[in-house]
Design a protein around this ligand. Structure first.
Ligand code: ADP
Ligand code: UDP
Length: 249
């Protein structure tokens, strides 16, 4: 039995609790949805449950092909046990198709397939609106070393290849996604692992045939219910317990 001890951190979408094992934390998924640096905010019943199941699924699949993640096990409908790590303060974004801030900033039409995947780094700081940063800034300010940066590129691109295939098999196109990476505390910082979450909150997923959006853009752009959209993603992988209604409560 893993018992929750004290609340370590409460963010916009999740709460972290310490456990009796100093290498593990419990991640609790909340129902709050935020966008535009929390300027748009809403409670969406069931979102936490859906992201808990979806993140478990994607992280477990990555673990199984030796892309290490923090995921250890799901504890209940809203919580999972994960390996505690020292988060590198970067949002690592990989893009296959132009959308969102890339389209806006560079005037590239949304939906344009990129000649090859683009990897971008944003400095994780809400008070600065998570600004786009360069590799040179990352190493100069020592957010990550050059060796780590090389590994981060490799993890990001391998994750992209693998998840793109996994999603395409259920007619979902991985347009772009964000991951966070941490230094494992067990290895004195030598080993990097994927942390945080991988879910429709952190990925753009379009139906491959209809181009229907099944991700947080539904919320950002007021295009319907994200609970319905995320349930559709989970159902394509058959992830939810039989009674979906009780699953998303
Ligand atoms: P935010 O901080 O942007 O509001 P969340 O509500 O998702 O976001 O908060 C989760 C926090 O937990 C994030 O700051 C994330 O970097 C951190 N985190 C995620 N996984 C781990 C982990 N395995 N170990 C330590 N911290 C983690
Ligand atoms: N993303 C995220 N958290 C953030 C910013 C972006 O998970 O704080 C994800 C987003 O859902 C998308 C990808 O990263 O899948 C690229 O996002 P983009 O830079 O286009 O920013 P957006 O316009 O979505 O804020």
């Amino acid at each position: 039995m893993t018992s929750k001890k004290k609340k370590l951190y409460e963010g916009k979408a999740k709460v972290l609790y310490s456990t009796d094992n100093s290498y593990c934390v419990i991640q609790h998924f909340k129902d709050e949805a935020t966008a535009f640096n929390a300027k748009k905010k809403e409670t969406i019943e069931g979102k936490g449950v859906l992201n808990n199941f979806l993140s478990e699924f994607f992280m477990q699949k990555l673990n199984s092909i030796n892309i290490p993640t923090h995921f250890i096990k799901r504890l209940n409908m809203r919580e999972q046990l994960v390996e505690k790590c020292e988060i590198i303060p970067l949002e690592v974004v990989v893009r296959n198709i132009a959308a969102g801030s890339l389209s806006k900033r560079l005037g590239i039409q949304e939906g344009t397939r990129l000649a090859r995947p683009i990897v971008e780094f944003y400095y994780k700081d809400d008070s600065l609106n998570d600004p786009l940063v360069t590799e040179s800034q990352i190493t100069t300010f020592e957010w990550a070393s050059e060796t780590e940066l090389g590994e981060i590129f490799e993890i990001a691109l391998r994750t992209n290849d693998f998840l793109s295939g996994l999603l395409l098999a259920v007619d979902l196109t991985l347009v772009d996604f964000k991951i966070e990476i941490g230094r494992s505390l067990k290895s004195e910082g030598d080993k990097l692992i994927i942390a945080d979450e991988i879910s429709p909150d952190t990925c753009r997923l379009w139906d491959s045939k209809t181009k229907k959006r099944l991700d947080k853009d539904v919320f950002r752009l007021n295009k319907g219910s994200i609970a319905v959209a995320y349930t559709e993603v989970a159902n394509r992988f058959d992830l939810l317990p039989k009674n979906v209604k009780s699953a998303v409560k």
